[in-house]
Design a protein. Structure first.
Ligand code: NAP
Length: 273
């Protein structure tokens, strides 16, 4: 894709799923990639696994393309850690040209019984984290008088309500306005801000259904294209949006969802005949 080779990117949540696929795709396009992951102080097994299996695999693939890849640990919801992460990436790469706000979590539960802390946590990682990283990236671009591009990894749930995932739905709805507001605020200064809206994608966040054939068939039956998406399909859209092929595109969310946002229940007409 045009204009990607030689650029430098930071991908948050780059140790798994869609973030890993985006990091690898950008690496294939010749972009130097800083891969963010969150480290837990007590060295929890999940993080160890993410580092050993997720980030390490990602690093191996990037190494084969001749692209530079570095690891940067930070909890994106923590302003001090985000500031330190940008400092570290600037030291290693001299700056970035592309920010992929991908880190995300979801917590399920009936809203009436939901722990307030769980609501706050999802908002803090998905929305506040994206804001904090965007702020640091934009400051760097304005200080250096350089152009830049942000891709927010949102979700179909920025437009489709998701009952029992209220924090997630709200965070992704907020991400739509984060994308549009930043795009308008900085369009005149060479900074583009876009989003991708993945539909149901085969990644660890969906472990509740991806490995269960019955549940997976139920999920896929709701999708007009009758299949879940692959992380590499999300990565292709993200790479396009931060490339010069999308040089005149800003403030948009590109849904990559097999038709999920097309009101699938209207596939056969049930209201007018
Ligand atoms: P995933 O495989 O669970 O990956 C989530 C990533 O986020 C991991 O790399 C994780 O890092 C990172 N992360 C979590 N909390 C973090 C924090 N506080 N600070 C920094 N990184 C953190 O999920 P995924 O499916 O690839 O999801 C990636 C994004 O796509 C999310 O924003 C999600 O909402 C969005 N999305 C996914 C789907 C889908 O169907 N999969 C659909 C729509 C949108 P560690 O591994 O180090 O914990």
């Amino acid at each position: 894709m045009k204009g990607l080779a030689g650029r430098r990117a930071l991908v948050t949540g780059g140790s798994s799923g869609i973030g890993q696929a985006i990091a690898v795709r950008l690496g294939e396009e010749g972009v130097d990639v800083a891969i963010n992951y969150v480290g837990r102080p007590e060295g929890a097994l999940a993080t160890k696994e993410a580092i050993e299996n997720g980030v390490a695999r990602c690093m191996e693939q990037l190494a084969t393309t001749g692209t530079k890849a570095v690891l940067v640990a930070a909890d994106v919801s923590d302003a001090d850690q985000v500031r330190a992460m940008f400092g570290e990436v600037t030291e290693r790469f001299g700056g970035i040209d592309i920010l992929i706000n991908n880190a995300g979590i979801q917590i399920v539960g009936d809203t009436d019984a939901l722990d307030v802390a769980d609501f706050d946590k999802v908002l803090a990682v998905n929305l506040r984290g994206s804001f904090l990283c965007a702020q640091q990236a934009i400051r760097g671009w304005l200080d250096a008088d350089r152009p830049g591009s942000i891709v927010n990894v949102s979700s179909v749930h920025q437009v489709i309500p998701k009952p029992r995932f209220v924090g997630y739905s709200v965070s992704k709805g907020g991400m739509a306005n984060l994308t549009r507001t930043l795009a308008l605020e900085y369009a005149g200064r060479g900074i583009r801000v876009n989003g991708i809206g993945p539909g149901a994608t085969v990644t660890p966040i969906n472990r509740a259904w991806v490995d269960d054939p019955v549940k997976r068939a139920m999920v896929e039956a709701h999708i007009p294209m009758r299949r879940a998406g692959d992380a590499s399909e999300m990565a292709a859209a993200a790479a396009f949006l931060c490339s010069d092929d999308a040089a005149y595109v800003t403030g948009q969310t590109l849904f990559v969802d097999g038709g999920l946002t097309l009101y699938p229940s209207f596939e056969t007409s049930w209201s007018s005949e």
